[in-house]
Design a protein around this ligand. Structure first.
Ligand SMILES: [Zn+2]
Length: 271
């Protein structure tokens, strides 16, 4: 069973493998959980070693391998360098306000002429071995092939994620692509949205599920929850959208064409 002692993750009372790094800032009181994929060739140990290299200038609190192996790079009460330029819920520079979890995953894959798939660093994947699927990122790009987080990784996100949410009284679990929209695509389609919903308490959001009808003549669909985010589509009065999530006064919805985006909540009425 997982636990937390002195801001380290433990399993049955023993800390998970610790890889101390200088790639960190001062103390903080985290308010959010930020989920990433690595899009790199390393496993949970190799990723933690990379985060020990001062030249990499990056780190995360936890790294989760395909088999569920967890390594820790930064104590939960210290700033890790995982979010970069980011903003959420009125705060910016989310490194100072969040715990970051890196999930080992190759990110978007390219389909080759021979029917196999290639990561950006050249590793070849076959859909005999992985449940590869095609999807467009909810921000509108890229359309690519993806490998979902493994069952072991999902279990860690739910179990350790819930432990962190409760222990540190975190406000919300979010994806890097939500706090750095347009700049980042992780975790994107690799992560099942239901993990956010379960970590974030589900029930409030569940009340909002269903179809919404657009109630203004013309409505912009944006890549993020605010008018500063780019316009990625238009809706007309009477169009129907499916609720997926909310962020303040914005709804994250699925459009009739299967793409995703954000709309102002007052311009849509629940069916
Ligand atoms: Zn990231």
């Amino acid at each position: 069973m997982y636990g937390i002692t002195k801001h380290q993750l433990t399993y049955d009372g023993t800390p998970v493998p610790q890889y101390p790094t200088g790639n960190m800032g001062g103390t903080m009181s985290p308010k959010f959980l930020v989920i990433h994929y690595t899009a790199g060739p390393q496993d949970a140990h190799g990723t933690a070693k990379y985060f020990q290299n001062p030249a990499s200038k990056v780190s995360a609190h936890l790294n989760v391998g395909e088999d569920g192996t967890i390594t820790q790079s930064v104590p939960f009460n210290r700033v890790a360098w995982h979010a970069g330029v980011s903003s959420w819920a009125g705060l910016s520079g989310l490194n100072n306000h969040s715990i970051g979890i890196e999930v080992i995953n190759p990110g978007p894959l390219e389909r080759l002429a021979n029917g196999r798939y290639k990561s950006w660093w050249g590793k070849i994947y076959s859909d005999d071995d992985y449940p590869i699927f095609q999807a467009t990122h909810k921000s509108g790009r890229p359309t690519a092939y993806w490998i979902p987080f493994t069952e072991a990784q999902n279990e860690v996100l739910l179990e350790v994620g819930a432990l962190l949410m409760n222990n540190y009284k975190l406000n919300e679990a979010v994806g890097h692509d939500m706090i750095s929209p347009g700049r980042k695509t992780d975790p994107g389609p690799t992560m099942d949205d239901r993990i956010y919903i379960r970590l974030n308490g589900g029930l409030d959001i569940a009340d909002n599920f269903g179809d919404y009808i657009i109630n203004v003549n013309l409505l912009n669909v944006r890549s993020g929850p605010g008018t500063s985010h780019s316009i990625i589509g238009k809706l007309r009065k009477g169009n129907s959208v499916k609720f997926k999530d909310s962020s303040g006064d914005w709804l994250f919805v699925e459009l009739e064409n299967g793409s995703y985006g954000y709309i102002g909540s007052k311009f849509a009425t629940k069916k």
